[in-house]
Design a protein around this ligand. Structure first.
Ligand SMILES: Cc1ncc(COP(=O)(O)O)c(C=O)c1O
Length: 383
C-alpha cells in the first residue's frame, strides 16, 4: 500500500531535541533547550501533590478549573488592567503549544495569510500550514530585532487573517515598547486582522521595563488572542499548563478546537496552580529580578571571552555573537561548540525561513544554577 504523503514534508526533529541529544551524547553542558535546571516552588508542588493524593484525578472542566481561570483573571487585571470574564474569555490549555495550535486552527482557514516575524519560534508555521494558511515571513531588524513597520504596512492586506507576535521574544530577547503597541494598533485599525500574542515570557523582563501585553492596549485587546505558560513562570516546563485570553467570541472558537484536541488539562496541576497564584503572587512579581541576576552573572562571566553580547532585555536567553571567533555558519558552530568545547547552544538560523548568510549568533539559555553557568563560561572563555 501507499502511505499518504506527509502533510509537513519540511518538518523533521526540532533543533531543540537534536542539540539536547548531541549534548547528552557528548556530555556537554546543555544551554540549548529552554528549560531551567532548578525546580519549581515547594508550596506549588505541595499543593499539586495534595490534590493528586486527595481524589482530584478525573477530568477537569473543558475550559479549565474555575479557581484557576479566576486567578488568571485577577492577575491580568492587576498587571495589565484588562478585565477578562473568567467564564467566557479565559481557557486553560495543555501548555502554550496547544494554545497556539488551537488558536490558529480555530481562526486561520485555507488561503488566509498569517504574518510571522523571523527569527520566529518554531511551532507557528506548522500549525498555519496544517490549516491551509499561508505564512508570510517578515524579518526583525538587528541589532535590536524590532519590527520593520514599513514592511509590515506593505504586507498587510485583506487576506491577512492574523499577525503573530512573540513578546518578550525568543530567541532575541526583544520586548515591545508602548510605541510598538500604538503602531501595531494604528496599522491594523479598520481591518479584520487578528493578533496572536505569544507572551510565555511575560514575567521575564529586565532593567525595570514593564511587560506590555497586547491586553494593555484596549484597541489591540479586542482583536487579540494572548497565550501564556505556567511552565516558564514556575520553572515547571514539564507540566505543560498554559492558557489563552481572548474576547468571548474568539474564545468560543478556540475552545471548539481545544475541546477536541485535548478536551481538558490535568486536574491536580490546575488546582495546585490556582492555590499558588493566590497564595504567592510575589513569586511572579520577583521573577524579573531573579532572572536578571542570572543574566548579569552569565554576561559578567563572559566579559573576558571573545564572544560579543548585548545583555538580553527579556526571556531567559542570551544571544552571543561569535564573529570574532569563527566564520563557520551557526549550525556548524553550534555542533563544534558542543563536541569540542562541551557547551551546547541553539543556532538562530533555524528560526528563519531564509536565514541571512552572515548570521553569527548562538542562543544560550541561562536558566541554570550558578555552578552550571560558571562551568559553561569557563569553557567559553577558553576559545
Ligand atoms: C516563544 C515560545 N512560545 C511557546 C512555547 C511553548 O510553551 P509550552 O511549553 O507551555 O507549550 C515556548 C517554549 O519554549 C516558547 O519559547
Amino acid at each position: 500500500m501507499n502511505y499518504p504523503p506527509s502533510k509537513l514534508p519540511q518538518v523533521g526533529t526540532t533543533i531543540f531535541t537534536r542539540m539536547s541529544q548531541l549534548a547528552a551524547e557528548q556530555g556537554a553542558i546543555n544551554l540549548s533547550q529552554g528549560f531551567p535546571d532548578f525546580d519549581g516552588p515547594a508550596l506549588l508542588k505541595e499543593r499539586v501533590c495534595h490534590y493528586l493524593l486527595n481524589g482530584h484525578n478525573q477530568y477537569a472542566p473543558m475550559t479549565g478549573v474555575p479557581a484557576l481561570r479566576q486567578a488568571i483573571a485577577s492577575k491580568i487585571k492587576s498587571l495589565y488592567g484588562y478585565s477578562a470574564n473568567a467564564d467566557s474569555e479565559i481557557t486553560v490549555t495543555s501548555g502554550a503549544t496547544e494554545a497556539i495550535f488551537a488558536a490558529i486552527a480555530a481562526l486561520v482557514g485555507p488561503g488566509d495569510e498569517v504574518i510571522v516575524f523571523d527569527p520566529a519560534y518554531d511551532c507557528y508555521e506548522p500549525a498555519i500550514s496544517l490549516n491551509g494558511g499561508i505564512t508570510h515571513h517578515l524579518p526583525l531588524l538587528p541589532p535590536h530585532f524590532g519590527i520593520d513597520w514599513d514592511r509590515l504596512k506593505d504586507a498587510l492586506h485583506s487576506k491577512t487573517r492574523m499577525v503573530i507576535v512573540n513578546n518578550p521574544h525568543n530567541p532575541t530577547g526583544a520586548v515591545f515598547s508602548r510605541a510598538d503597541l500604538d503602531t501595531l494598533a494604528e496599522l491594523l485599525r479598520g481591518s479584520d486582522t487578528l493578533m496572536l500574542g505569544d507572551e510565555v515570557y511575560e514575567h521575564i523582563v529586565f532593567d525595570g521595563q514593564p511587560h506590555l501585553s497586547l491586553l494593555c492596549h484596549p484597541e489591540l485587546a479586542q482583536r487579540s488572542v494572548v497565550v501564556s505558560s505556567f511552565g516558564k513562570t514556575y520553572h515547571t516546563t514539564g507540566w505543560k499548563v498554559g492558557y489563552v485570553v481572548a474576547p468571548a467570541l474568539l474564545s468560543a472558537e478556540v475552545r471548539k478546537v481545544h475541546q477536541y484536541l485535548t478536551f481538558s488539562t490535568s486536574t491536580p496541576f490546575q488546582l495546585g496552580l490556582a492555590d499558588f497564584l493566590e497564595a504567592e503572587p510575589d513569586h511572579y512579581l520577583q521573577l524579573p529580578s531573579f532572572y536578571q541576576a542570572k543574566r548579569d552573572e552569565f554576561c559578567q562571566l563572559l566579559a573576558g571571552s571573545r564572544f560579543r553580547l548585548t545583555p538580553t532585555r527579556g526571556t531567559y536567553f542570551q544571544l552571543l555573537d561569535y564573529s570574532a571567533i569563527s566564520d563557520r555558519n551557526d549550525v556548524e558552530m553550534a555542533e563544534w561548540l558542543t563536541r569540542e568545547v562541551g557547551v551546547a547552544a541553539i543556532p538562530i538560523s533555524v528560526f528563519y525561513s531564509q536565514p541571512p548568510a552572515d548570521l553569527r549568533w548562538l542562543r544560550f539559555c541561562f536558566a541554570k544554577g550558578s555552578e552550571t553557568l560558571q562551568k559553561a563560561a569557563e569553557r567559553l572563555c577558553k576559545i
